[in-house]
Unconditional design. Sequence first.
Length: 154
Amino acid sequence: MDAQTPPSTKTAALVAIKRGLLLYWALWCSVIFATHAIFELKAFGLIRFADLPLLSSSTAIYGAAAGEHGVWSIGVVVWEGAAAVVFWIALRKFRGRKSSQTAALAAPFALAFSLFAVFVIADHLFLNSAYQAMHLRIMAALSVSFLVVFFLPE
């Protein structure tokens, strides 16, 4: 936008960009949550399709029991669901930095970032370097989104 664009138009455009980022992460976390919830339903025999080879193959080198996989997986699904919910809440409330509550806006980023930080550590512990790079890229995207939403002036 050039110097002749009215401030209200610039502000509206920047708020739209920030809301777009929140919408993206809300949708993305929702899809990840739904996918992993389906995997869990299959693991408990409640549905007959889907496959959950990632966790089993990643932890197989340590001889983790199937029950441990279930507990870890349920924890991840709950964490992902919580992140999705708080991203949707932040999107609904966000109308610009001046009108938003900082905690409501920071919570989804904190939840999602901490989830992927745990994934990166687990990737390293379970020698799963193929997924560590992907998890690091997601963390980087979350970090950039956080910086745009919080620090890009309106």
